[in-house]
Design a protein around this ligand. Structure first.
Ligand code: PNS
Length: 179
């Protein structure tokens, strides 16, 4: 079934036809990395509309404010006309329902992501079993990449130019005063 769906999506993509559905790419995005961007780019080439949503109820202590994170994503996705950037406080499923989306897109980097992703996907399915979660495998060169690891390197003035868009690199250098 899953293979048939993948083949169907490949056939549609070859013809330049997108699935006419709204998909949501949720996350903390503190800040957006090239790995996130890879997933958003590929999601936007498959689905009619993609809403990137910055979830505002994380227990993490973010480096960037929600507004800063949204602006960094807006600047990184300005080449994608079918991508909108929003924020939400509360359950992801409530946001997905509020924008009439039917799909959640998550990136998978390595086996280590699987357990956490399975947990949140299963929880979301309990909350609403009509919403499907699509997993997109991150490109190999980003399989180790996370916002946390980028911040760790940036804090000590390390090289991050291949890991994040240039405006994000500038924003990180300003935050950490590492110019
Ligand atoms: O980028 P992240 O931190 O991996 O994203 C995780 C996120 C924000 C998608 C997840 O924590 C989430 O969906 N939070 C909203 C709260 C929610 O809906 N919880 C129920 C499902 S676990």
């Amino acid at each position: 079934m899953a293979v048939r769906l993948s083949l169907f999506i490949v056939a549609l993509k070859k013809r330049g036809i997108k699935l006419g559905k709204i998909a949501v790419v949720p996350g903390s995005f503190d800040p957006i990395t090239n790995g996130h961007l890879d997933i958003i780019n590929r999601g936007a080439s498959i689905f009619g509309e993609v809403f990137v949503v910055v979830l505002n109820n994380s227990s993490k202590n973010p480096l960037f404010s929600v507004e800063e994170r949204m602006q960094l994503i807006i600047d990184a996705t300005s080449h994608l006309p079918n991508v909108k950037v929003q924020t939400f406080s509360g359950l992801l499923i409530d946001y997905v329902e509020s924008v009439n989306a039917s799909v959640i897109i998550r990136g998978l980097r390595a086996v280590s992501d699987f357990e956490y992703e399975m947990q949140i996907t299963s929880m979301n399915r309990v909350l609403n079993d009509k919403i499907e979660t699509f997993f997109i495998m991150t490109k190999n060169q980003y399989s180790f990449l996370s916002s946390s690891i980028v911040k760790e390197v940036a804090r000590y003035g390390g090289k991050i130019e291949e890991l994040v868009p240039s405006h994000v690199e500038r924003a990180l250098k300003e935050k950490y005063n590492t110019y």
